[in-house]
Ligand binder design. Structure first.
Ligand SMILES: Nc1ncnc2c1ncn2[C@@H]1O[C@H](COP(=O)(O)OP(=O)(O)OP(=O)(O)O)[C@@H](O)[C@H]1O
Ligand SMILES: O=C([O-])CC(=O)C(=O)O
Ligand SMILES: [Ca+2]
Ligand SMILES: [Mn+2]
Length: 649
């Protein structure tokens, strides 16, 4: 009581103090604000072994100067004009003090002629932290909100998925020989449609001009591939905080020391997604263009703001660079058991790579993109990209809990007042996504590397409902199904689609591969036999009938099947061979009703089952015809076996 009275009625200096606490140590509001911020540190991906203290060898001013010089060079036109005049920091923060020469950097070419662009200042927001990017997004980007769990909800605009038909690759002296070229996009064909160097330059100029016309650009300098021996330095220049935060989460984040020593990037993305390409430009068939120039090591994005375009664009680059070194790049998830057994999860979009590699009983190495080298497996990325349509806390607790501060939530719908997300709402798109740093999964293994895999799990979401929930594959069958890359989903949003749509996508990722599929297949066969890995085919799709009659296999059953693969118990189970596809199916799996293991048991109409099975077998046969002429590996001896591993009917 006495103490309380003393606070309210202070005695001593005779002045009236409010609350009696020590007064703030500032005399002006400006001074007060300057007290609020401490010296900044760069956000990083944690490394298990501490990198040691950051000991800069040059001053911070010099470092910023060098970084701006490098970025100005990236943004300079190829015509030899002046590069943009760059300054670090938010344009909303005034740069009044110090002489302008010390403030900005500009790329100078000897013959440079000033242009209006080269006279203005562009602010560079270089490797901002998630908090800074949140502020940028919320202040300046319509459709950006903090959700009740702290994630940043954003809209990707008109495009809510990738645009494979708008991808172009420069056909030059080197690539004309090396790449797997296609003329048009089909689900089974090559994704690489050519463009020439000149047209690339036109689109590059368009993107660079757009970016240089802005008051500010975001620049991310980051890494790909957790194997230090094969790491790639990437720079992403973009116009939206959403894009910068997405890549911050998805690529590997440098330590302050690594950022100081970053130097020049190995690959640069110019993301001018808000600005369309010019439809009158040669090779353009829409207002969207995603252009890859492997010689220049550059990618240009025009006319789409979907962030997955950057993620998968870089994946394509890895699919080119890695096989050149004998390293296999894989569209797969990866996790590791407590005893060190490693599993890969292959599968097309929506088949369960992220869901099944995120397992509370195992260490997560990565959910989507890996390399298999002589050193073992390494994740390419620093984050995960989970589908979140119908996400439920009980079924996928780790993914649910990862949707917190720092996570980008794309195209979800939320309560306007509470900001609670309704994961079942498909109003914007079916393809709602969460992008979060990998360390948001509690049992992620950092660094994200592992030994050679013991199990290779091929995931197919078979909406025809005729593939068994699990089958054991021999090497030839594994190769056959890897080359086929089958899945069949039902487009949930489109009216009237009752029939499942079969998709065959070579190597479970034809949209991203750069070389002929047999090149990757040969590497997989070589590595699987060398390291003695076992292949499995897991159907995460329909049971008890096709889509419309049956239902999707319970996630809980699929998890039990995966558990039995990991533990080794399924390897020693009793097997029966199926007709047509010749798949070895177990008679029993712990925690799974035995009758569902052979799909015919779950179909009421056995005749319909047989017809559907033959129909799917026919689709497999047609698809494989284009690969029948190719030899796999040096002597091609595996080719005959692979051809024989398909369905017979
Ligand atoms: N039995 C099942 N097994 C796996 N996933 C299931 C199952 N039943 C339903 N699902 C749902 O299917 C979806 C699988 O999506 P997931 O994000 O794992 O795809 P992905 O293979 O990682 O695709 P992408 O390459 O596009 O990221 C999830 O939404 C998951 O909840
Ligand atoms: O790239 C995307 O948009 C999502 C993804 O992982 C895939 O489709 O394989
Ligand atoms: Ca995924
Ligand atoms: Mn993917």
């Amino acid at each position: 009581m006495a103490a309380y009275e003393e606070e309210v009625f202070p005695v001593g200096d005779g002045m009236c103090h409010e609350g009696g606490v020590a007064p703030v140590k500032a005399r002006t509001i400006h001074e007060l604000h300057s007290l609020q911020k401490k010296k900044k540190s760069a956000p990083t991906t944690p490394t298990s072994a501490s990198a040691g203290p950051f000991l800069p060898t040059i001053s911070e001013d010099e470092l910023h100067w060098l970084q701006l010089q490098s970025i100005s060079t990236s943004l300079a036109s190829l015509t030899g004009e002046l590069g943009p005049k760059l300054v670090k920091g938010d344009p909303a923060r005034k740069v009044e003090s110090a002489a302008p020469q010390q403030q900005y950097h500009q790329y100078m070419s000897p013959t440079a002629i000033p242009t209006d662009t080269s006279l203005k200042l562009t602010h560079v927001l270089h490797n901002l932290s998630p908090a800074e990017l949140y502020e940028q997004a919320i202040k300046y980007e319509k459709g950006s909100f903090v959700t009740s769990s702290g994630a940043l909800a954003t809209l990707s605009g008109a495009k809510t998925g990738r645009s494979p038909k708008d991808k172009r690759v420069v056909n030059d002296e080197a690539t004309t020989q090396e790449l797997w070229w296609g003329k048009y996009v089909s689900s089974r064909g090559s994704p690489n449609i050519e463009m020439d160097e000149h047209t690339f330059t036109l689109n590059r100029e368009r993107a660079v001009d757009y970016l240089n016309s802005l008051d500010k650009v975001f620049v991310n300098d980051q890494f790909l591939n957790w194997d230090p021996e094969h790491r790639i330095k990437v720079r992403i220049i973009s116009a939206r905080a959403y894009h910068s935060l997405f890549m911050h989460n998805m690529c590997i984040r440098p330590t302050p020391e690594e950022l100081a020593n970053f130097g020049e990037p190995d690959f640069t993305i110019y993301n001018a997604g808000q600005f369309p390409c010019n439809r009158y430009t040669h090779y353009m068939t829409s207002s969207t263009s995603i252009d890859l120039n492997l010689a220049r090591r550059e990618m240009v994005i025009l006319g789409t703001q979907y962030a997955g375009e950057m993620k998968k664009g870089l994946f394509g680059v890895m699919h080119y660079l890695m096989p050149k070194k004998g390293i296999l790049s894989l569209h797969s998830g990866c996790n590791m058991g407590k005893d060190g057994d490693v599993a890969l999860f292959f599968g097309l979009s929506g088949t369960g790579k992220t869901t099944l590699s995120t397992d509370q009983n195992r260490y997560l190495i990565g959910d989507d993109e890996h390399c298999w080298s002589d050193n073992g497996i390494s994740n390419i990325e620093g984050g995960c990209y989970a589908k979140c349509i119908d996400l439920a806390k009980e079924k996928e607790p780790d993914i649910w809990n990862a949707i917190k501060f720092g996570t980008v939530l794309e195209n979800v719908v939320f309560d306007e007042h509470t900001r609670e997300v309704d994961f079942s709402d498909r109003s914007v798109t079916e393809n709602t996504r969460a992008a979060y740093p990998i360390e948001y999964i509690p049992n992620a293994k950092i660094p994200c590397v592992a030994t050679h895999p013991k199990n290779i799990i091929l995931l197919a979401c078979d909406a025809f409902g005729v593939l068994p929930p699990v089958s054991k594959l021999n090497l030839a069958q594994t190769m056959y199904h890897f080359i086929c890359g089958y899945t069949a989903l039902v487009a949930g949003t489109e009216d009237g689609i009752k029939e499942p749509q079969a998709t065959f996508s070579a190597c479970f990722g034809a949209a991203f591969i750069m070389l002929h599929p047999t090149r990757y297949a040969a590497l997989l066969a070589e590595k699987m036999s060398k390291h003695g890995a076992t292949g499995w085919l897991v159907n995460t799709g329909w049971s008890g009938g096709s889509y419309g009659v049956g239902s999707r296999i319970k996630l809980n059953y699929t998890r039990k099947i995966i558990d039995a693969i990991h533990s080794g118990s399924l390897l020693n189970a009793e097997y029966k061979k199926t007709e047509v596809f010749g798949l070895e199916i177990p008679t029993q799996v712990d925690g799974v009703p035995s009758e569902i293991l052979n799909p015919i048991n779950t179909w009421e109409d056995k005749e319909a089952y047989k017809q559907t099975l033959l129909k799917l077998a026919g689709l497999f046969k047609n698809n494989f015809e284009v690969f029948a002429d190719f030899k796999i590996g040096e002597d091609g001896s595996l080719t005959e076996q692979i051809l024989a591993a398909g369905p017979t009917f």
